[in-house]
Each structure stands twice: as C-alpha cells, then as structure tokens.
Write a protein that binds this ligand. Structure first.
Ligand SMILES: *Cc1c(COP(=O)(O)O)cnc(C)c1O
Length: 378
C-alpha cells in the first residue's frame, strides 16, 4: 500500500468533487438535463478565460485544441510566426509543417522568455505573417512568457495572437480579452484539476475572420461546426459527458475561491519552491522567468537526474518530472498547480532532500523544507 503524491505538470491531482462527479451514472447528451450542464460549463469557462467571447469544448487532449487553432486559422502556404523556447513551442512549428504552412521560427534560448520587441520586429519585417503562436507557460523549461506585453505588440498588426495556455490557465493570470489574445488554448489536466480528455479554445472576432477564410481541410476540429452547435447550447459530436459534468464542479470551486485568490496561492507555492531550491543549492533553470505553476531546477552535475526522479517515485511514491529532449536528466520539474497545497509542496521538497542525501549530494538536510516553510509563514 502506498499513498501517491502527483507533482507533475500534467496530469495533476484530482479533487474529491471531481472524482465523485466522474463516477456518476452517465446521462444522454441530447437532453435538457445535459444541456443545462453544458450551458453552465460554457458560462463558467468564460470566467476562467476572462473573456466575453465563446470558449469551445473539444473532446481531445490539449494538442487537439492546438491543431484546431492551426487548421481553422491558416491554409497551406500561409505564413505564421512560431515562438520556440522549448518542447511545447516546437509543437506549433510541427503542426504548421504538417499542414503545409510556412512557419517562421523565433528561436528563444531554453530557460528565457521571448522578447515582445523581437516579435514586433519580426511582424514589421514580414507583413505576410497571419498568426503568432506563443505559449503562456513553456512547461518543458518552467518559463512563463509576458503575454500581456506580447498582446500589446500584436494587437495593432494584421496578425492574430494565439496562446497555448494548456499549462497555467486557471492557476496564473491570463486575461484573454484585456490582453488582446485572439485565441487561447487549454486542456483539462493541468491547472483545471480534471483528468485528461478535454481541450478548450476561445476565439476573438479578429480570429473569426481567419477561421471563415481558411481553406485547410478540417472536419472533427471545424470550429464553424462547434460555433453553430454552441449557439444552440449543443456540441457537434458526442461530448465527453462525464468530464464536462466534472468540469462544472471545478468551475464552481474556482468561482467560489475567486481567480485572484487562486493566483496568489500559486505564487506563494512557487515562491516557496524557488526558495527551497536555492537553499538546497539547486540552480533554477530560468533565472528570471520561472513560472508560478512549475519549477524547473538544474540537477547537480554529480547526480544522475533520471535516477533521482525514478527513486522519488518508486521508493517514496512522490512523482515529479525530469527533463525532456535536450534537458533529459539535466533538470527536474516540480509542478505546483491545480489541486496542490502547501503540504504537497513540503512533501515534494522533503522527498527530494531525502533522495539527494541517499545519492551522496552534500547539503544540510532540512534546509529546503525550512526555506519553504519560512515563505509559507510570511
Ligand atoms: C501539456 C502541454 C501540452 C500538451 O497537452 P496534451 O494535453 O498532452 O496534448 C501543450 N502545451 C503545453 C504548454 C503543455 O504544458
């Protein structure tokens, strides 16, 4: 018997209200009963996305919603600018390539946030750019980008701004309308505390013009179908019924707490985690743009990063993430988003200290937990 602590940047732990909702008997989706639930979910999503516009619910993982953005906004031979500062930024370029879209890559050093000025320059240099693809929190590096500033530079250009907020929405601030984000993408299994399986996508009037003009082949992910159905509080295909029922529970919880309070809680957990890493002598992977939802820290050179993650999971039931691609075994990533609280953070740090000690890393045991507790006590 083992209690599991899930501290990965997706999936994240599920609140009891979600588990309960997921276990209810299924109902049919073309019923007044489900329609009332869908209506509530659609309204609640507007609050979380901070938008007055539509938020469509797709039965897919987050990447499905990313693909929906690409095929609905662009046609083959169109030009897009893809901000690429990690594995998830790269996904925008790969999706464009799959549909014959000319992707201009804005390469950002892994661990750094993109410079809005750089986006401005690229847009001025190439008026053919129709879409700028960005990421709120680049989960592979822990970096958070300044979407508000990016919104300011894209707003008055011909281009549409798309933000992958799969990691971070509902946990850190993202004002879809006020920051001029034309399309915001999210998924269910990160800040939104649900199992994987739902994709979300918002759309501004500026984005909608491109959606109507796109000649890309699309069927399941055709947002014109989604909009037509949404107008009648319906979905074009069978929705993920139980996930949407659970989504309603989450939306109720988020509304009850209020977004502002939730953002403050995440900032505090991140501050505590960053303080702990510093106290343990583990350098943050991003010096100045570390997000409030996932902390990436460099593994000391003498320590095998993959073994560290594996031992924490297999010997103690504490699951964190290692590095992806070029960061494999070089960083650890600990998430603190969604249904995670102070003592989950403490458990993660405590386990990290224990295993680091066993692996021969030299530091004063307890320093990390102490530093985190000092932040929590403030
Ligand atoms: C998790 C994640 C994705 C991928 O989402 P899936 O649900 O696995 O398809 C994309 N972008 C970011 C920033 C993520 O964190």
């Amino acid at each position: 018997m083992r209690k599991n602590y899930l501290l990965t940047p997706g999936p994240t732990p599920l609140p009891p209200q979600v588990l309960e909702a997921m276990s209810r008997p299924i109902i049919h989706h073309r019923t007044p009963q489900f329609q009332a639930i869908l209506k509530e979910a659609m309204e609640g999503l507007k609050y979380v996305f901070q938008t007055a516009g539509d938020v469509f619910i797709l039965a897919s993982s987050g990447t499905g919603a990313m693909e929906a953005a690409v095929v609905n906004l662009l046609s083959s031979h169109d030009t897009a600018l893809c901000v690429q500062g990690g594995k998830f930024g790269e996904r925008w370029g790969e999706l464009c390539k799959a549909y014959g879209i000319s992707a201009q890559i804005l390469d950002v050093a892994w661990g750094s946030a993109v410079s809005p000025e750089e986006i401005k320059k690229r847009l001025a240099a190439d008026p053919k750019i129709k879409v700028v693809f960005t990421t709120l929190c680049e989960t592979s590096t822990g970096v958070v980008n300044d979407i508000e500033a990016i919104g300011r530079v894209v707003k008055d250009t011909q281009a549409v701004l798309v933000v992958d907020a799969i990691s971070g929405l509902g946990a850190i601030d993202l004002k879809t309308d006020a920051w001029a984000c034309d399309m915001v993408i999210s998924g269910s299994q990160k800040g939104l505390m649900l199992p994987p399986g739902l994709g979300f996508i918002s759309s501004s009037p500026k984005a909608w013009k491109l959606i109507e003009a796109s000649k890309s082949p699309r069927y399941y992910f055709d947002l014109r179908k989604a909009k037509k159905a949404a107008e009648k509080t319906d979905t074009p295909f069978t929705p993920a019924i139980n996930l949407i029922i659970a989504l309603n529970e989450v939306l109720k919880m988020i509304k009850l707490d209020g977004l502002e309070k939730i953002f403050v809680r995440h900032k505090k957990m991140a501050d505590a985690m960053r303080a702990a890493m510093k106290a343990l002598g583990l350098e943050l992977f991003s010096a100045d743009a570390s997000s409030d939802v996932v902390t990436a820290a460099k593994v000391p050179v003498e320590i095998d990063g993959e073994k560290l993650v594996k031992t924490m999971r297999d010997a103690y039931g504490v699951t964190i993430a290692g590095g992806q691609a070029e960061l494999k075994s070089k960083v650890i990533r600990i998430a603190h988003m969604g249904f995670i609280e102070e003592f989950d953070v403490i458990a993660g740090i405590s386990c990290l200290e224990k295993v680091l000690t066993q692996m021969g890393y030299k530091f004063t045991l307890g320093q990390g937990v102490k530093a985190a507790d000092e932040v929590f006590l403030k």
